[in-house]
Design a protein around this ligand. Structure first.
Ligand SMILES: [Fe+2]
Length: 274
């Protein structure tokens, strides 16, 4: 397999040419040296989602890893663990009526400052199923025609958390963020342009009529979900995925009911899209 070695001994094996790479040569149960952290950041920026195998991290390790990449964010939609509010449990079993992230989305794009990234450590996996798909929004933007890119460049979109979280928490008086972001954002670290609308949170493009907005968003969602912009990750116990939320979308596939799938996630704070 084609492997390259980045700074700090970080070994990278791309899974596709556009998105996704498996990482070797790193032990996430230990504090990471600066060169290794630079190598991991480099891999993340190049491949947008990086995958690790056989990393039996504790909550403490998970928090340390997340903090090495930025400030940890408290989830605005669901509560964290009682002892570690920055860690959210991901759990589906025979009692689940829904699972988190079943539809394509970018995590918490309803926030004024959506997360820069998320790190999901899976602990219990079903015998079969339960993969996560990730899609490159760089690839999606690059594949649009020039007139369409030009048309989208000046538009914004509304991202609303209400319809995502209300069915989960019920009528409890809690309010959820709603924000307006550019339809096409510039990644603050790579400088690359990427699409930033998703079918979970995005509700409309305010510069267009409802009919126009619905049609443009439907076209973009269909475009973004092309299989050749995607990578699909098969989890094992103690696998970890670390995705750049600024230039990707993902979907957790719930095709394993009533089996159990559970893990933990931390979310790294991001900046206002521009
Ligand atoms: Fe998600």
């Amino acid at each position: 397999m084609n492997a390259t070695c980045l700074e700090g001994g970080v070994i990278v094996r791309p899974v596709t040419a556009r998105i996704g790479a498996e990482i070797d040569g790193v032990d996430l149960t230990r504090p990471l040296a600066e060169p290794t952290l630079r190598g991991l950041r480099d891999a993340l920026l190049r491949h947008q989602v990086i995958f690790f195998r056989d990393q039996p991290i504790t909550h403490h390790d998970h928090l340390r890893l997340g903090r090495a990449f930025g400030t940890l964010a408290i989830h605005s939609g669901v509560p964290g663990l009682p002892d570690h509010p920055e860690i959210v449990a991901i759990q589906a079993d025979e009692n689940s009526r829904y699972v988190a992230g079943e539809n394509w989305h970018s995590d918490l794009s309803c926030n004024a400052e959506p997360p820069m990234g998320s790190i999901l450590a899976m602990k219990v996996v079903p015998d079969y199923g339960g993969d996560t798909c990730f899609a490159s929004m760089y690839a999606a933007y690059d594949a649009l025609s020039e007139p369409m890119r030009h048309f989208l460049d000046g538009l914004t979109a509304i991202h609303d958390g209400e319809h995502v979280y209300r069915p989960i928490v019920g009528p409890n008086g809690q309010t959820f963020p709603c924000s307006e972001h550019p339809v096409v954002r510039t990644h603050p670290e790579t400088g690359r342009r990427c699409l930033f609308v998703n079918p979970s949170y995005t509700t409309r493009i305010p510069q267009l009529s409802k009919l126009e907005s619905d049609a443009v968003l439907a076209m973009l969602y269909r475009h973004c979900m092309a299989a050749d912009f995607q990578v699909r990750f098969r989890w094992r116990p103690d696998s970890i995925a670390f995705w750049d939320n600024r230039c990707t979308q993902h979907q957790a596939i719930w095709d394993y009911f009533p089996q159990v799938r559970s893990g933990f996630r931390v979310t790294i704070a991001g900046d206002r899209p521009s």
